[in-house]
Ligand binder design. Structure first.
Ligand SMILES: Cc1ncc(COP(=O)(O)O)c(C=O)c1O
Length: 328
């Protein structure tokens, strides 16, 4: 019989899918790494399982323990699936800007969800970072993975996603483009791909309101760059240890609106019912290809982190899109 012992064994080996319609007038081949086909519907399943397994090996996560994490939703889902497989409890802190669907999904897989205000600084006691840290101190036998600074995060992508992309493209990938949040995805994949081909160019997609682009270009952490924005999962007001600026050649910023509009186009024109940061990454990839005169010989891999169901009340809701001024 062919079966898996648990749904977490279905993580990884996601397909690369060619974009055919939103790419009209663009010369390079653009291939999307469709990460919503992971069982938790996001790229984060990969690193969530590795953070848990590495913590078990290090003895910091013990039987019957509680996993406490600050998440924009997707890491929580991956952690919850692994926690079910292994018998742990989960408590997740989320900023209130995250979509309601993400909170409901986490509750559906048995997690406790604590909603925290978005518009406070990371060191404010009510921020979702601080609340996660505090709960970890208060609750006995609890484990705080801290995806921002946990090196198992980038390592998961170095071990799985990077090699998958290299093999699927038969080494022909010339550019890798992805949104940057904790940085685990970009750092793990780019580090692996650049080891295979040092000429490969990696573009990190950033949001307006995030510190990454300016930091890469000037080395300055500029607090004036920080303001709240709507795109979920990418951009930061901190410098996570998982972001290795040396393996990211440049950052491109994409507006909330451009990302949202492209997300809807991916669903309608490519049949890819994906999340917001996916449209953001594809918009950035097309802009990069156009502005840098890439040719038919170039192969861009753009990573699509999650699924459209998490944004039904936002991107895929016409009234919400109109209210934001994203569509007429
Ligand atoms: C929807 C979404 N896109 C992109 C990312 C960014 O991935 P990473 O944290 O590996 O940089 C995240 C991370 O939370 C996410 O939730």
């Amino acid at each position: 019989m062919k079966y898996l012992n648990h749904i977490t064994e279905a993580i990884g080996n996601t397909p690369l899918v060619k974009l055919n319609n939103v790419t009209k007038g663009i010369k390079p081949t653009i291939l999307a790494k469709v990460e919503y086909l992971n069982p938790g519907n996001s790229v984060k399943d990969r690193m969530a399982v590795k953070m848990i397994e590495d913590a078990e090996k290090a003895g910091v996560l013990k039987p019957g323990g509680t996993i406490i994490e600050g998440t924009s939703g997707n890491t929580g889902m991956g952690l919850a699936l692994a926690a079910i497989a292994k018998g742990y409890k989960c408590i997740f802190t989320l900023a209130d800007k995250q979509s309601k669907e993400k909170m409901d999904i986490l509750r559906a897989v048995g997690a406790e969800v604590v909603v925290c205000p978005t518009n406070v600084s990371p060191d404010h006691p009510d921020s979702y970072y601080s609340v996660a840290k505090r709960l970890n101190e208060e609750i006995p036998n609890s484990f705080y993975p801290n995806q921002y600074d946990n090196m198992s995060n980038w390592a998961a992508h170095y071990e799985s996603t990077g090699p998958e992309i290299w093999e699927q493209t038969e080494g022909k990938v010339t550019h890798f483009i992805t949104g940057v949040g904790t940085g685990g995805t970009v750092t793990g994949i780019s580090r692996y791909l650049k080891e295979q081909n040092p000429e490969l160019i990696t573009v990190g997609i950033d949001t307006y309101g995030s510190v990454f682009k300016k930091y890469k270009e000037t080395g300055i952490f500029d607090e004036n760059e920080i303001y709240s924005y709507a795109t979920e999962g990418i951009g930061e007001d901190i410098l996570p240890k998982n972001v290795d600026f040396d393996v990211i050649d440049l950052f491109l910023k994409v507006t909330d609106k451009d990302g949202a509009v492209m997300t809807r186009r991916l669903a309608k024109e490519e049949g890819l019912f994906v999340g917001w940061s996916c449209g953001t990454a594809v918009h950035g990839a097309l802009e990069y290809a156009r502005e840098n005169n890439l040719t038919e010989d170039d192969v861009i891999v753009v990573l699509l982190p999650d699924h459209g169901t998490r944004y039904l009340g936002k991107i895929y809701n016409d009234d919400w899109m109109r209210a934001q001024g994203y569509i007429d």
